[in-house]
Design a binder for this molecule. Sequence first.
Ligand code: C2O
Ligand code: CU
Ligand code: CU
Length: 494
Amino acid sequence: MKRKEFLKLTGAGSVLFSSGIVSIFSTALGGCNKDNMMGGMSGIAAGGGITEGDFQQALPIPVTTGTNTALAAQPATAVLKGRTSYSVLGYQANSILGPSFRVNKGDIVNVNLTNNLSEASNIHWHGLHIPAAMDGHPANLVNAGSSFNYQFTIQQRAGLNWYHPHPDMLTAKQVYRGLAGLFIINDPEEAALNLPSGEFEIPLVIQDKRLADTSLTYNPTMMDIMSGFLGESILVNGKTSLYQNIKSQTYRLRILNGSNARIYNLAFSNNQSFTIIGNDGGLLRNPVSVNSILAGPGERLDILVDFSKANTGDQIFLISKVFGGGGTTQGTKQFKILKFIVTQKVNVPFIIPSTLSAIVSYIASQATLTRNFDISNMGMMGMHHTINNKSYSAARIDETVTANAVEIWKFDNSMGTEPHPMHVHGVDFQVIERTGGRNTIIASEGGWKDTVLVMPGETVKVIIPFENNKGKFVFHCHNLEHEDDGMMLQYQLI
Ligand code: C2O
Ligand code: CU
Ligand code: CU
């Protein structure tokens, strides 16, 4: 549902509303299409149940591309479950997800996007530090039937980034229906670590979809807009219920949570520990060993998993464990994501380097300004998701930032009832404080980030060294239902 229709239905400002209060739906949504509402909910069992399937099909790996690539956003057909074909959107024929870019620091990248959809689209290069005109700002659209040449130089360190459409109020639909892909940058610092590579470096794009509908229709109800358009089926690299054969050695898993709204608490079924070596902005300073880690929409994880203790025939699942703070729809049940089958016992020890990367720490006193962003959504401009009680408007610059400034941005969800993964375009930041809720900076939040999960009750401070790509950028909640509902503002770097 579009923001404007929603306003008409409910009457702006007339209903005080939060995701925790479900009972008002029956009255507030009197004018809503109830079939649509029930249809949307029927795909999800109570408690956020997941259909796991039998894990009988092999994990596909997206094809890799380089610095000169043509992409065509188009209606496509793809097999997502068993042998069932779905009508999806693709950047190439017969596929959801685009090719994975693999480029080097210093490369010039040229991507020609042709839009063969029946509506506007564009590409945002999530995590890249590139000129505003190339960033896929919602105002820079590629209209149906036309094309645009994205050209930029890679000036940043190695890391796992990604790309997806960003047209205002259409982002959630286009991403959900299949448009997204990985963008991997390599550099000499990373290469010197000799991390597992080739078949031992596996990209995993984790998403959830409603697979009862072979048209992969995106039709969020008001409930979905509140908490997110969740699917009952978990896809990895574009298919559901998969296995991957492995040898008993260390693997590097490069994980993107490319879901519209679902948060995963990633772990392994045998409860073995694994090592986080990187996140959104590339390598951490030092490796951190954990047994589970939370990943919100838009976040990336670079992990090493040591399978050397496993034996031939062992089956180990990547799972999502129960977690708190996800409201009534998320984190309430454990589910399986991907099955690893050990098919060969080998003896290939891998020693994880104790130092991964040189990272300069920013401290609060370096900031010249602190900006406060209320993301609790208690003020309720109508019934929408807002930042500082404002909804996105292309005509309004919300924050003006001086090039090369160092600032603290504070995302305040202390009064909120929903998780918000907050993302800022065009920069990486360091997380310097979390108060309330988990009350700590978690293992994956060292180094550089571009998306930070702010759970209900939490206030998170990040420090941002801005660069010199002057122009307009957006920042927003990466729950794509919230984003399209207006939880997005603009800053201008001058
Ligand atoms: Cu990945 Cu503005 O988003
Ligand atoms: Cu982005
Ligand atoms: Cu949000």
